[in-house]
Design a binder for this molecule. Structure first.
Ligand code: R5P
Length: 311
């Protein structure tokens, strides 16, 4: 087995390799003067089971291109099996036609990864489980919920927890976390506009008064969804709001927004390498995802069960 890395999240790739007690494959993934991506593998990979770790996070297109070219280089170097490990799978939110004459970019990206030569895919908390079906190769979708639940339980001190989905679309994810927290009760933030152009109204489904709320979502991008939901919960009488998000996209002024929000704490995993600003923000904490990904890789290589990681 070999672990190769693109440049999108080298600390995570090193941590995964460390978990597996392997060195990273000796390769260079660099740019020509005109910014074309060039990949050179400096060791023999013929007949090897190779896992390429590359989140397709910002700069999304550059990181995606690096992944595709790494896979191409491995295929031409006769690797036996190539697994694209995309801890964060960019373009996942474009998983359906959002209007007339719009693309389904997540499907296009799945086609690109497959055509480049990947034999399998390993991702974490895909925005929608159905994205697995965009690939006609085996695709494992890992859940960060066990990592989050362990963190929440280690800090809860017997508080009255309530798991909250920041929108109706995230209820399945929230319910799965609630189950891991001794069947904690569930609430939902329901966003509505009475008519086009009127301002958004946040209705809370569930009684959050006096509760320590755990907001859960897959992605924090601009921070709008989360910070507005946190404010609505506090306005409704919640004792505190802590948020657990798998993918800290944190674009634009999201870190400042979180810092100024009603959130007590934002906990993210490092599927995307956190920026220095995010690392230094007192309200943001990062929990490592490498042990989960490393264990899944070990099991894929050993041909043992991955799903039992989540029993
Ligand atoms: C949406 O369906 C996702 O699950 C997130 O809620 C969304 O991407 C968050 O975006 P933002 O932080 O920009 O509100």
């Amino acid at each position: 087995m070999k672990i190769m890395a693109g440049n999108s999240n080298l600390p995570l790739a090193r941590a995964i390799a460390g978990y597996l007690e392997l060195p990273l494959t000796d390769a260079s993934v660099r740019r020509f003067a005109d910014e074309e991506v060039f990949v050179e593998i400096h060791e023999n990979v013929r007949g090897e089971d190779v896992f390429v770790v590359q989140s397709t996070s910002f700069p999304t297109n550059d990181n995606l291109m690096e992944l595709l070219i790494c896979i191409d280089a491995l295929r031409r170097a006769s690797a036996k099996r190539i697994t694209a490990v995309t801890p964060y799978f960019g373009y996942a939110r474009q998983d359906r036609k959002s209007g007339s004459r719009t693309p389904i970019s997540a499907k296009l990206v799945a086609n690109l990864i497959t055509t480049a030569g990947a034999d399998r895919v390993l991702a974490v908390d895909l925005h929608a489980g159905q994205i697995q079906g965009f690939f006609d190769i085996p695709t494992d979708n890992l859940y960060a919920a066990p990592v989050m639940a362990a963190d929440i339980l280690s800090r809860s001190n017997g508080q009255d927890l309530m798991v909250v989905s920041p929108d109706v679309g995230g209820v399945v994810r929230a319910r799965a976390l609630a189950k891991r927290l001794d069947n904690a009760p569930l609430a939902i933030v329901d966003k509505r506009r009475d008519k086009p152009g009127s301002s958004e109204v946040m209705n809370i489904i569930g009684d959050v008064k006096g509760r320590s709320c755990i907001l859960i979502d897959d992605i924090i991008d601009s921070g709008g969804t989360l910070c507005n939901a946190a404010q609505a919960l506090m306005d409704d009488g919640a004792a505190s709001v802590t948020a657990y998000l798998t993918h800290g996209v944190l674009s634009g002024s999201a870190v400042e927004r979180v810092s100024a929000s009603a959130l007590k704490e934002l906990v993210i995993t490092d599927t995307i390498q956190p920026s220095d600003l995010a690392e230094q923000a007192p309200k943001i904490r990062v929990v490592p995802i490498a042990p989960l990904i490393g264990e899944a890789i070990r099991r894929i290589a050993d041909e043992s069960s991955v799903s039992s990681l989540f029993d």
